[in-house]
Design a protein around this ligand. Structure first.
Ligand code: ZN
Length: 109
């Protein structure tokens, strides 16, 4: 069972300030090397989409993943996926309201 949702509470004192996760569906994979659990978005990405920089390979104990690099490009049997860290709205809040609009308004006065 690797399907889950992003319900992780991000640590207090970090930039995220102890807030709960976003609740989006994710999948866990174990990193090579290190065997650490990494949350991945469920979306599939085209093989050539370099924004999704993690390669995932199926394994009978659960998927493994690694970072795709120039020296170690995507191999047969691997699929590109996006680390949830890169897309989580809790970790990546939307930008503040359009500052240029405010500046224009000020310059009109
Ligand atoms: Zn999240």
């Amino acid at each position: 069972m690797t399907r889950a949702t992003c319900d992780r509470v991000y640590p207090k004192g970090g930039p995220e300030g102890g807030v709960p996760g976003c609740g989006e569906p994710i999948e866990w994979a174990r990193t090579i090397p290190g065997q650490r659990r990494m949350p991945l978005d469920l979306d599939r990405y085209p093989d050539e989409d370099e924004r999704a920089n993690v390669a995932v390979m199926p394994h009978h104990t659960g998927p493994y993943c690694r970072v795709v690099t120039k020296d170690e490009p995507l191999r047969d049997g691997e699929r590109r996926r996006m680390p949830h860290f890169a897309t989580c709205p809790v970790l990546n809040p939307p930008p503040p309201p359009d500052l240029f609009t405010d500046t224009d308004h000020m310059m009109e006065r």
